[in-house]
Structure formats: C-alpha cells, structure tokens
Design a protein around this ligand. Structure first.
Ligand SMILES: [Zn+2]
Length: 235
C-alpha cells in the first residue's frame, strides 16, 4: 500500500473536540502487527487520521484506505527511539524496524494507551505559522509583541500539527529506509515529515512524563516506498 504526501498541503493544527470526520487521538492499538515482538507490548496509537478529510496531507495511492494510523514506540527504548512500519491494510501494519530489542520492563512513563479524544484539523493562519517558525528557527531574534500574541493565540506550547514537508527541531532527518524492498533501502535519504505531536498535547496529558513537555514526536515518510518513520526530538 503506497502512502504519499500531498504536495503543497498547508499546515493544519489539531483542535480537540467533536468533528464530522473520525480523527482520533489515542485509543488502544487495534492493528494487527502493532505488537512488534512476541510477548511484547503494543506500540502506542497516537493519531488515527480519517483520510476522507482533505486537510490530511497524506493519501493512499491506487488503493482503498480509510484511516491512517500513526503509532509510536513509547514503551521501547526508554520513551521511544525510532520505529519504521508500513501500512499493509486497513487493519494491519508491519513493523520493519524498531530501535530497541525488547520493550522496557518498567512502565514508562505511565499508561499503556492514551484516552481516546476526537479532534478536528484546522488551518493554521499564515501569520501564526510565521510567528511559530520565527520562535523556533530564528532564535537569535527577539520576538515582537505581535508574534508573542500570535503564539499565545496558537497555544504554541501544546501545538500538534500536520503539513507537507515540515521541518524538525534539533537534528537532521537523513534516515535509512528499513524496507528491504525499497530501492532506497541502502541509502540515507531525507524524510518527508508530515506530522508533529507536542509532548503535552492538552492540559493533563504529559506523553513523556512530568519533565518531557519539550519532547516532540514526529512522523515522516520514505517518499520512495511510503514507509512511515517515527522518532522524537527535544526542542
Ligand atoms: Zn523506502
């Protein structure tokens, strides 16, 4: 199943609350293959994106897929290192790589799954996104009063968003695709980042525990084969 980015898709933010589409944050792991090793625990289902919503910056080419699941290996490698998986079908994923040999014995950080929460995708206005980029990429500048107000309106500390070709903070994104059938599997290539989830996406939920609110989870694609790559970065 080939998953591809929609070129030029504008950035959209998660707004928790009812939505006509069936986007969901959290919930139990429901895909076959979400448990990467025998007798292991499941990866965390972070987001489930309803592909009927045109705001989703991803599509499935030449195949029928209604929902795109974004899983993260939170219980593997002390808070999750990296994982790569491919979408096999509506109900099955195949883990191609995970940055740990087994799951962590200690319950890290606190829950086996996150409570289900619906959300909608809302466009991020140009000037708000510009203020966000300035705050993250232009740190040698002092932010203007207007930009600080825009970031407050955006609730930037809790912002999770999707988009076409996002930038990461704190590290490059050259990865080796672990899909053995991918023509790029032996090469380091730039990932196409399409989603970023805040360490504390809403009040009361700290994905990485009390001191992890500056950690963010990213999702990207190998543009050749559609393998999904997930990892975290600290701001
Ligand atoms: Zn690939």
């Amino acid at each position: 199943m080939l998953i591809k980015p929609k070129s030029g898709a504008p950035p959209v933010q998660l707004r928790f609350g009812a939505c006509k589409f069936r986007h969901e944050f959290g919930g139990p792991a429901i895909h076959e293959g979400a448990i990467p090793f025998p007798n292991s625990v499941a990866m965390h289902r972070m987001l489930t994106l309803d592909l009927a919503d045109e705001a989703v910056p991803i599509y499935a080419e030449n195949c029928q897929l209604s929902f795109l699941p974004l899983y993260y290996p939170l219980r593997f490698g002390f808070g999750g290192g990296e994982a790569q998986y491919r979408i096999v079908s509506e109900h099955r994923i195949e883990v191609l790589h995970i940055g740990a040999n087994s799951h962590d014995e200690e319950s890290y950080p606190h829950m086996d799954m996150f409570p289900r929460r619906p959300f909608q995708l809302q466009a991020i206005p140009y000037k708000h996104f510009r203020a966000l980029l300035m705050s993250e990429q232009g740190r040698s500048f002092t932010l203007s009063t207007e930009d600080r107000e825009l970031l407050r309106e955006l609730d930037a500390g809790r912002l999770s968003f999707l988009g076409d070709g996002l930038l990461t903070l704190g590290g490059d994104t050259a990865w080796q695709c672990k899909n053995q059938t991918c023509p790029w599997s032996d090469q380091y290539v730039s990932l196409h980042i399409f989603a970023r989830i805040a360490g504390s996406p809403y009040a009361g939920l700290e994905i990485f525990g009390q001191h992890g609110s500056d950690v963010q989870i990213y999702f990207g694609l190998c543009q050749m084969c559609g393998t999904i790559v997930t990892f975290n970065r600290c701001t």
